[in-house]
Design a protein around this ligand. Structure first.
Ligand code: ADP
Length: 230
């Protein structure tokens, strides 16, 4: 029996996926969720849910999202804090699409510090800008389970049937078109890319080439997650 006084309590991992729209953050976060039992936390998904439910935050966010701009830190932090208060986050989280501004990064550091935690790793998915526009403009998801697909790069094995859940309805996001993708890419470079230096200074930055296949990237990411959570 280990002596309880010398046993270390493992803290839940806090992983951040950084990268422009189309870099594959959502796809990879879902794979990490399955492999490592972590919880994917996507502010984009939370905001889209707020928009479709017509909540006050959703109403305020809708137009900005459709233009490809960033929703205010105030709104994003409020929905994130609500989600972080749910019990499943104790399994460890993969933050997908958050933080996206210096203010959000500082708020996250503060929130974690209150619980004696800190960011385990911020993983930057390195990609080529022009390829991102092509990826974003062709992508869609299963309406039932949310599995991601792409007109060119990842079609379901049986046309019209989701590989994962057998669903036959698919949907496309209103902001997944070439024009809005450009605006989102600009917002990424202006406001989010500077966070790479923030996490580098904290000593938690990891970088990965994300121009390969989905499986190649997943395997690289898996190695990083194993190493940082060991
Ligand atoms: P992507 O990473 O492909 O752009 P997301 O689903 O993460 O897609 O985000 C979609 C939109 O939701 C963004 O363009 C932005 O308007 C809004 N959004 C999501 N997360 C944030 C955030 N952390 N801060 C501000 N706006 C956000």
């Amino acid at each position: 029996m280990p002596d309880s006084t010398t046993m270390t309590q493992t803290k839940p991992a806090v992983l951040i996926l950084l990268g422009p729209p189309g870099a594959g953050k959502g796809t990879q976060a879902r794979m990490l969720e399955e492999t490592f039992g972590l919880v994917q936390l996507s502010t984009g998904d939370l905001l889209r849910a707020a928009v479709s439910q017509g909540t006050e935050a959703g109403l305020a966010a809708k137009a900005v999202m459709e233009e490809g701009g960033l929703v205010s830190d105030e709104i994003v932090l409020a929905i994130l804090q609500d989600r972080m208060a749910e019990p499943d986050v104790a399994k460890g989280v993969i933050l997908d699409g958050f933080p996206r501004t210096a203010g959000q990064a500082a708020a996250l550091d503060g929130l974690l510090e209150e619980n004696g935690q800190s960011v385990t790793a911020a993983i930057s998915l390195e990609v080529d800008d022009e390829a991102m526009i092509a990826r974003v403009a062709g992508r869609y998801t299963c309406a039932k389970c949310g599995e991601g697909y792409h007109d060119e790069f990842k079609q379901p094995e049986v046309a019209g049937v989701c590989d994962k859940c057998g669903g036959t309805e698919f949907k496309r996001r209103a902001d997944d078109n070439a024009e809005t993708a450009r605006a989102r890419l600009e917002a990424y470079h202006a406001q989010t890319a500077p966070l790479i230096a923030h996490y580098k200074a904290l000593g938690v930055l990891e970088e990965i080439d994300a121009m390969g296949s989905i499986d190649e990237i997943a395997s690289g990411l898996g190695s990083i997650v194993k190493r940082v959570s060991a």
